[in-house]
Design a protein around this ligand. Structure first.
Ligand code: PHE
Ligand code: ZN
Length: 861
């Protein structure tokens, strides 16, 4: 470890900063190796912290050239983490602090602060990157208007806010909206703009620009269109207008995350901007649309109203994810989007919540905040907003949001503020609801049923019991309020009770439905109304019934999903044969032409190997990765044979005529067609995949066909051809790396990964490239967990290598090991050894140290 004992930061220790900032002025004299940053910050005493206080500012890896207070030099010596000017060296009242520091962007491989990517300068300041740019109170509750001057011979010079002046070799920007330092951004480079404009509903004309490298202009249209739709949607649905004259987006190749909502100057990982039919898949297009919207929506939920401290991260992220999910539902198919979101939630957040990395949506302490940009904060955080909306109703939600914007605009707020707004706008008491923010873990919901026939009709009763297993540091889990959406069907398949939200508040609670002619079939947790695990024994027949008749599309899909899961689990555990009735039910569904193709495609998707491992571990069986793999492959091949005729017909009928269009309907047809291909590929010796690969005019089909060929142990020629065609396109070559590893046979995965890591194009310092290869290995469940341990070793070797270069990405990727306690003693011993080896690495970053320590701590449990 670099710092001997990293100290946790605690929510309970929060104190306001002793000073407020009236104005922040920055001048950048850019130079790749020696950039000078001049700052002038106008401080005032903060009445919230009476008395005299030292001026403590954060700062890391900065060379201090000079510092002044009100123009007079001060001798201040920075330490490892910042600079302190003692209270007695400060004037009473307001004062100016000025500093000149030197930084080295070209040496910045961590991609936090000011760094270089592909010859351009760019910044990433969330969460604590600004302290690598200059001395500053680098915390979200210190907000200030910024004025920025950039001096550089780069042709394009950008910062936050509105452009105010520019000349040969310089430009000035002014951002009138007070903001915390994490929203600061600067870009300087040889870039070209794709331009458009948007007129807000009150008539402000906003110049929109997407800045890319020359040659990439023709891949920005979808991002631009998405932006304009997002701007319009936020006006229509939330009444929120944009508030500057310009909105700039910059695409960069080296980026740790997806994208960043810097005020007026969003910076994006280029994979979330650049798309053309030939280079991007349908999934890429959909993701671009949603992330462009997400970052734009942050302008209100995150920027105008920000977080008091980083414990409140879900205040902006949960809400903004919820908003981008709603947006996608309005742009595309709502049920399909809901299913996709729940699949993701279960695969990533439930997995996190059940393991050693479980933490509350609002954590109470952290060592490195970068480690808390998690599925729990983001995706579970969004689920909490969805539950609130269900509980208070659509109108209550809108009133609460209006009040939130009105009351907290310009502030740095907390989850308490957020909940208070809902209480004040709707009169509800949300004390119990708050547990969703403070308590980690996924509740288990058991259901019992009772039917009492009677003269006035029978009474049907549902009794629910909730229980949340302990999580690290939290043993006691009091009951939470759970909104349970239910509907009832009669045996003919007619809905006799439309969706109704039951509010469960007790540990055990019953709800009765009197006056029913016959015993109903219940449809429980419709739309996945709460992020819980529903534990309900239900018969095969009941689930095929719901699969055929449920009026709630989510639960209809869920019925099929749970059928497939149970078939797989009994094949794995009891050597059972595949189920013919399951195959028949599936066939009926996927051939139902009244259903959306995208929905049918989702119904064809089997639970993943990781899902199955989790389900087994949950039920007390140690998962065997190779067995899971073999059985799942076996079921897929069985279904391919059983459904062959239908699948062939689907494959033919769902062909989409050129030209390619990324719209939801066409994408849905392709998804269904490619799902059919995935099955048929098991019995046609790769014939369809080979011919599709040869004829495809779009990346969706090329990539899927190539994956099929690799799955079947074929495709050497196609892999080579794909490389030749795309070797100059980084984003496509990322796919080339990922596909080969993700689809490698389990006993070959580590070898394939190791061979590709030797490839001259494996630029491992680029996070996208590193994730393409290593992320694909971690996602190849049977390959990663192969009993040789080769993948564990290889993966750990690379984490150790990346850590000194890029701690943030290393730490995130160490989560591949978070499920380790699920497995057998031999695998556990191997993983423990690798985790131990990582932790022992000299000078390990505190990011990775914290993650690996938390993962290892699962041992005791
Ligand atoms: N705030 C960004 C988002 O969710 C994510 C991010 C976090 C990006 C930290 C970079 C660094 O939109
Ligand atoms: Zn976000």
């Amino acid at each position: 470890m670099k710092d001997s004992t990293p100290q946790p930061t605690r929510l309970a220790d929060y104190q306001p900063y002793p000073f407020r900032i009236e104005k922040t002025d920055l001048t950048f004299r850019l130079d790749p190796k020696a950039t000078r940053v001049l700052s002038r910050i106008r401080f005032h005493p903060n009445p919230a912290r009476p008395g005299r206080h030292d001026l403590r500012m954060d700062g890391e890896r900065l060379r201090l050239i000079a510092a002044r207070i009100d123009g007079a030099p001060v001798t201040a010596r920075p330490d490892e983490t910042g600079l302190t000017i003692p209270a007695d060296a400060l004037p009473d009242g307001a004062f100016d602090f000025e500093a000149e520091v030197e930084i080295d962007p070209s040496a910045n491989t961590a991609l936090e602060g000011l760094y270089m990517s592909g010859g351009m300068y760019c910044t990433q300041c969330e969460a604590e990157g600004f302290r690598r740019i200059t001395f500053y109170p680098d915390r979200p509750d210190v907000m200030a208007p910024f004025h920025v001057r950039i001096e550089s011979d780069m042709p394009v010079l950008l910062s936050n806010g509105n452009p105010v002046a520019q000349g040969e070799g310089w430009a000035e920007w002014d951002d009138p909206w007070p903001k915390p330092s994490y929203l600061f951004a600067l870009v300087a480079g040889d870039l070209v703009a794709v331009r458009d404009s948007f007129t807000t509903r009150s008539g402000r004309k906003v110049d929109l620009a997407i800045w890319v490298r020359a040659g990439d202009e023709d891949r920005c249209a979808y991002a631009m269109d998405s932006l304009k739709r997002a701007m319009k949607w936020d006006e229509d649905v939330y009444g929120r207008e944009y508030d500057l004259d310009v909105f700039n987006i910059v695409a960069v190749d080296d980026f740790n995350m997806g994208a960043m909502e810097n005020k007026g100057l969003n910076i994006f990982n280029s994979k979330l901007v650049l798309a053309s039919p030939e280079t991007a898949t349908d999934a890429d297009f959909e993701r671009i649309e949603s992330v462009i919207a997400h970052e734009y929506f942050h302008n209100w939920t995150g920027n105008r109203i920000t977080c008091r401290d980083w414990f409140q991260l879900c205040l902006k992220e949960g809400l903004t994810v919820f908003r981008d999910q709603e947006f996608t539902k309005d742009m595309r198919s709502a049920p399909v989007k809901r299913i996709e979101d729940v699949l993701m939630l279960r695969a990533r957040q439930f997995r996190e919540d059940m393991g050693p990395l479980a933490h509350p949506v609002r954590p109470e302490s952290y060592i490195e905040i970068n480690n808390f940009y998690t599925a729990t904060v983001y995706e579970k955080g969004a689920e909490l907003i969805g539950m609130l909306k269900l509980l208070v109703g659509d109108e209550g939600y809108r009133r609460a949001l209006d009040l939130y914007f009105e009351r907290h605009d310009g502030q740095a707020a907390t989850i308490e503020d957020w909940l208070k707004v809902f209480e004040d706008a709707t009169g509800r008491d949300l004390a119990q609801f708050k547990r969703w923010y403070t308590d980690a873990g996924t509740p288990r919901l058991k259901v019992e049923e009772d039917w009492q026939p009677g003269d006035q009709g029978g009474t049907y009763t549902l009794t629910f019991t909730q229980h949340t297993p302990p999580t690290p540091g939290q043993d006691e889990k009091p009951p939470r309020v759970i909104p349970i959406a239910v509907g009832l069907l009669n045996p003919n398949g007619d809905e006799i009770l439309p969706t109704t939200v039951l509010e469960m508040t007790e540990e055990r609670q019953s709800f009765s439905f009197p006056g029913l002619a016959t015993r109903p079939v219940p449809s429980i947790l419709r739309g996945f109304s709460a992020p819980v695990v529903l534990e309900r024994e239900s018969s095969f027949d009941e689930r095929t019934f719901l699969l055929a008749h449920d009026t709630d599309p989510f639960n209809r899909w869920e019925a099929g999903r749970s059928l497939a899961r149970d078939v797989l689990l009994s094949m794995i555990r009891d050597d059972a044969a595949p189920s013919e009735p399951h195959a028949q039910a599936l066939a009926r569904l996927v051939t139902d032409d009244t259903l959306d193709p995208a929905f049918r495609a989702l119904c064809l998707r089997l639970p993943s190997e990781d899902d199955l491992a989790q389900a087994l571990a949950d039920a007390g069986t140690t998962p065997e990765p190779e067995r899971i793999h073999t059985v799942r492959e076996g079921l897929a091949t069985y279904l391919a044979r059983q459904l062959q005729k239908d699948l062939v017909r689907i494959y033919e009928e769902m062909e989409t005529p050129p030209p390619y269009s990324p719209d939801a309907a066409s994408a849905g047809r392709r998804a269904l067609r490619l799902a059919a291909l995935g099955y048929l590929n098991r019995i046609d010796h790769g014939a369809r995949a080979a011919s599709l690969f040869a004829s495809a005019d779009n990346m969706t089909e090329s990539a899927a066909a190539l994956a099929c060929l690799i799955d079947g142990g074929r495709g050497a020629r196609e892999i080579a051809a794909f490389y030749e065609r795309w070797k100059d396109n980084r984003l496509v070559i990322d796919k080339w790396f990922a596909l080969q590893v993700a689809h490698a046979q389990p006993d070959m995965a580590a070898q394939v990964a190791a061979r590709l890591a030797e490839h001259p194009d494996f630029e491992w310092k680029n996070p996208n490239r590193f994730r393409a290869l290593m992320g694909a290995l971690a996602a190849n469940h049977a390959g990663f967990h192969h009993i040789s341990g080769a993948a564990y070793r290889f993966y750990a070797d690379w984490l150790i290598r990346l850590d000194p270069v890029n701690p943030q990405t290393t730490a995130r990727m160490s989560a591949a090991f978070e499920t380790w306690t699920r497995y057998d003693a031999e695998r556990r011993a191997m993983i423990r050894a690798e985790l131990g080896r990582i932790r022992q690495t000299p000078d390990l970053s505190r990011d990775t140290f914290e993650m690996v320590s938390r993962i290892l701590a699962a041992e005791k449990a």
